[in-house]
Design a protein around this ligand. Structure first.
Ligand code: ADP
Ligand code: ZN
Length: 201
């Protein structure tokens, strides 16, 4: 644990889907509640996959109440002055303003806990996650298990109709029929739209 004489810092829980970020965020929030801290939980409105939109849910069914937000400004508006712990799930979907928002909160004395997918389906940095990882005092990078070979997984494999999605497909597919698998670097596949280009590499 991080020991300081004054409250206020940033923690980032990064990793691919299924790596246990939401489980870990929920665990930290529950422990803060046990410690009688005043806690608020937010999540990007883009994630309403599991349970109601007012929850952060993990793939194993654990849940805490969370307020869905559209933007980082909305977080700033909704934060209560007495809050001591602010947790934000699915941080990769938030705008770049989240960096300033969490910096302001931490400087003010708030413990900020962010969870997010640090790489998109291509394996490239996702949204403001690189900046958040850089400015955080504490970083945990979690891994899932590769569904192909069983090694630790650090990539999200996007599948469309069961086939690897092309590099050119959009970073965020709202309402798409895509599926995701956790995979390791070596089992991860991102073909270029023009398959011939892949064979040349
Ligand atoms: P994240 O928030 O990173 O998507 P969750 O906390 O929601 O992760 O879910 C983690 C849980 O997902 C694990 O504890 C496990 O029960 C389940 N799970 C399903 N598929 C996998 C996988 N391929 N690797 C690891 N855990 C998996
Ligand atoms: Zn693998």
């Amino acid at each position: 644990m991080h020991h300081t004489t004054r409250p206020g810092w940033i923690e980032v829980i990064a990793g691919v889907m299924f790596s246990g970020k939401s489980e870990e965020l929920i665990r930290r929030v529950r422990r803060s509640v046990i410690a009688k801290k005043k806690v608020q939980v937010f999540k990007s409105h883009l994630d309403d996959r599991y349970g109601g939109v007012y929850q952060v849910s993990s793939h194993n069914g654990a849940a805490v109440e969370a307020r869905p937000v559209d933007s980082s400004i909305e977080i700033m508006r909704l934060v209560r002055p007495q809050s001591e712990v602010i947790a934000i799930d699915e941080a990769q979907f938030l705008d770049e303003g989240v960096v300033d928002v969490v910096t302001t909160l931490a400087t003010r004395g708030v413990r900020v806990i962010l969870a997010g997918t640090d790489t998109d389906f291509r394996g490239e940095p996702f949204g403001a996650m690189p900046q958040l990882l850089a400015i955080a005092e504490i970083v945990d990078k979690l891994h899932a298990i590769c569904v192909v070979c069983g090694d630790p997984a650090c990539r999200n494999q996007r599948l469309i109709n069961g086939r690897p999605a092309a590099y050119e497909s959009p970073t965020i597919m709202v309402g798409g029929s895509e599926a995701y698998e956790a995979r390791c670097r070596h089992c991860h596949s991102v073909p270029k739209a023009d398959e011939a280009q892949v064979r040349l590499l």
